[in-house]
Design a protein around this ligand. Structure first.
Ligand SMILES: [Mg+2]
Length: 441
């Protein structure tokens, strides 16, 4: 029996529900529904006009319904009257295939047919900036190596503590908070979980950080590269694949602690990385972060070539510990559902075709990249990423041609809008268009 939201509302004194969904551009959209109407909505969903969002629909299409997933319910720790719900989109009684949460669920289903489950954790970096987006909020945060700076961290204690308290209350098991490598940049970590739970939490985390920052008179941004001279906002993912309580990525006898299955999965990721950049680095601004010139701190901490290694942060994939790997390609604008869906789709191809990722490299890739001219490079801008997605047989097959077509159509319309008045140049300052369209990503 699914949880009865109406009963839960009475017990937990929830007055309103936010029935939400994320569109293909990662925008979180909702209806605020009074608790007395939640029974109907739990059955039929909340109605939306799909064309009004970033989904490939027309004004003539039928209403789209967001059917809430009761398991995703979160009572806002900072406003207990409100219950937040992730929903799955339906139209004319069928799931909307080109919608991110459905796309992820489809990949999860395929993986589960092999009796496998992906677990993941995400590291969402963000900046605290001024309301207008022009400068950092903390004028004193100017060190050239500000990573882990205690004073700058503690000047934001009230906000960081409030966010961390919320995570503790929600049972996410947060374990550390720090000032990151760019001035004004922070990261907060919580425990890994099933990929759908992590995706829902990722969506909620961004909403929570932005909301609480506003409450403290600040603005939080997950934009990949809001300041061209500073390290960008990454969104690294730690990945492992399980069968029940057994980590199928773990092999204690292997030098890096990974199983054959893990190497095949890795092979799939490396084989599809260029095309996956369209999901992992989906904005025009994303490409200021990868293949980027060194930042003020000395390193971009983001990859440019497709390679993997042991515990070494200069490669795209790091194996920091036995039984998992860290994919360092994604940035703060990545759609939380497509991020997870892309990993599973590529990993599945690797498993099915027993792909070999080759030997790990143990060099400092930031300095030694010239010694490896044959390594595949990451796309240099969004156009390249989109055309690689368009030509990716594996991803067209994994998601369906129509779904990928819808995504590309919308992305191309966005690129056209940008190009009408701008030229992308990562050596020039961040454009106003990028700020207007990405600061609140
Ligand atoms: Mg980090």
């Amino acid at each position: 029996m699914p949880k009865n939201l109406s009963k839960i509302a009475k017990t937990k004194k929830i007055k309103y529900f936010l029935i939400s969904f994320v569109d293909l551009f990662g925008v979180l959209r909702s209806k605020l529904v009074p608790a007395q109407a939640i029974s109907e909505m739990q059955k039929d969903g909340a109605g939306f006009a799909g064309f009004a969002t970033w989904l490939d629909m027309t004004p003539a299409d039928s209403d789209m319904f967001g059917v809430p997933d009761p398991d995703s319910l979160i009572q806002l720790p900072w406003n207990k009257e409100i219950g937040w719900l992730a929903s799955d989109l339906y139209m004319d009684g069928k799931p909307v295939k080109a919608s991110p949460r459905i796309m992820l669920k489809e990949q999860i289903k395929k993986l589960s047919q092999k009796k496998l489950q992906m677990k993941s954790g995400v590291e969402c970096e963000y900046f605290l900036i001024s309301e207008d987006g022009h400068s950092l909020a903390d004028k004193r945060d100017i060190q050239s190596k500000p990573c882990y700076d205690q004073s700058a961290l503690m000047r934001r204690y009230d906000l960081i503590k409030e966010i961390c308290d919320c995570m503790l209350e929600m049972g996410w098991k947060p374990y550390q908070n720090d000032h990151e490598d760019a001035n004004g940049q922070f990261e907060m970590n919580w425990d890994y979980s099933d990929s759908l739970i992590t995706a829902d939490r990722h969506v909620f985390f961004k909403f929570m950080v932005k909301s609480l920052a506003e409450k403290h008179g600040l603005r939080a941004t997950f934009m990949p590269k809001p300041f061209s001279n500073l390290t960008g906002n990454g969104c690294h993912a730690h990945v492992s694949v399980w069968n029940g309580k057994i980590n199928k990525f773990l092999d204690n006898k292997d030098q890096l602690g990974l199983s054959k299955l893990a190497y095949n999965f890795l092979g799939g990721i490396m084989n599809n990385t260029q095309a996956l950049s369209a999901f992992f680095n989906p904005t025009i601004n994303s490409y200021r972060r990868i293949n980027a010139p060194p930042t003020k701190s000395g390193a971009t901490w983001s990859p440019s070539s497709i390679s993997y290694t042991g515990n070494n942060r200069t490669h795209m994939i790091r194996i920091p510990d036995k039984g998992r790997f860290e994919l360092r390609l994604m940035d703060g604008s990545a759609n939380p559902y497509l991020l997870q869906a892309g990993i599973i789709a590529a990993g599945l191809e690797g498993i099915n075709k027993k792909l070999n990722p080759g030997k790990p490299l143990h060099c400092n890739m930031y300095e030694d990249y010239k010694k490896y001219p044959k390594l595949k490079k990451l796309p240099n801008d969004i156009n390249q990423a989109i055309s690689m997605l368009q030509n990716s047989k594996a991803l067209l097959k994994a998601f369906g041609t129509d779904v990928i077509k819808s995504y590309i159509k919308l992305k191309n319309s966005e690129i056209k809008n940008f190009k009408a008045r701008n030229v992308f140049n990562k050596r020039k300052p961040v454009s106003q268009w990028e700020k207007d369209n990405t600061l609140d990503c």
